[in-house]
Design a protein around this ligand. Sequence first.
Ligand code: ADP
Ligand code: MG
Length: 348
Amino acid sequence: FDLKNDDFTSLAELGSGNGGCVMKVQHVRTGTIMAKKVVLIDAKPAERKKILLELQIMHDCDSSFIVSSYGAYLAEPNICLCMEYMDKGSFDAIYKRMGPIDVRIVGKVAVSVLEGQRYLYDVHRIIHRDIKPSNILLNSQGEIKLCDFGVSGELINSIANTFVGTSIYMSPERIQGATYSVKSDIWSLGITLIELTVGQFPFSGSFDSDNDSDLENEHDHPSLLFANTDTSGDKTPAPPDPNGHRASLTIPSDLPSAKRRSRRRSKGVSLHGGGMTISIIELMHQIVNEPAPRLPKGKYGADAEAFVDACLEKDGEKRTGLTGLFEMRWIQDSRANGMDVAAWTKTF
Ligand code: ADP
Ligand code: MG
């Protein structure tokens, strides 16, 4: 496709994140339904050309575990990325609507994410860099695919929003400025798997839960108290990154649901107008200094626990790599666990 704005009619807004917003659109000439991500960028013409070139890699990705791309184009001052529309949306929205997800489905998510990561790395030498529930998409055929991987260093550098490049799914070593590796994505996968299984983002004093009944009320996002978010005009020196990606500590615009009952209040967490407010700096501090989160013991099976524990080894050097994870029993069992994901999608 050689695409431009006039080629589309907008059907719905699918959501928005730090980088921009995503629309459900129809490509008029062919009737194809697509998801169009519009990202506001701040880049010079030469940089824009480079972004488009880099995004070509997205077009070259061909895997059933990666959301496919129809192409990208510039529509000043935005860049538009047109991709496969996934009609069941992202896993964050699914668990926030439905509550905790059956661990056998979560096992299928783990398999798909690992397969997607392996494809990106083995075939294109790409590290995803932004594994989280909202970047794992589902369609009604039961396919689970990754989107929003870091193909373009130039794009990451140009996104006008300063709150881009870092997330609350970041590994301890990444927070401490280490260069990105596949191992960092594996940490993010571990956090994601707990979040989907338990129905809650696992930091800030979560799993003492003696009753799951209040989870229903936790599906909205509490606001963040940004301790240090005014980065406008602030060119924080970034740790070196071999791929030239900006690696500064920036702040996500949202935080998945966290416990907000006052008895669970812990250091650095303050209550604010009935909702919980947590400093992002405090969260980063927790990730680095507290023991890694774990699945609650005895509830989801020892193999799932062992897998998550392997992902959430705090020392990036010691953390199991992709090959090792593929060999773990939970992954092998999850491939063959008989869950029909397509049938499951019919239930919501
Ligand atoms: P984030 O991933 O941080 O939520 P994004 O701007 O990347 O922010 O995406 C916003 C939302 O749009 C996602 O949460 C997801 O629900 C939805 N979305 C993104 N891409 C697609 C797609 N290809 N098909 C369907 N929904 C999508
Ligand atoms: Mg996304």
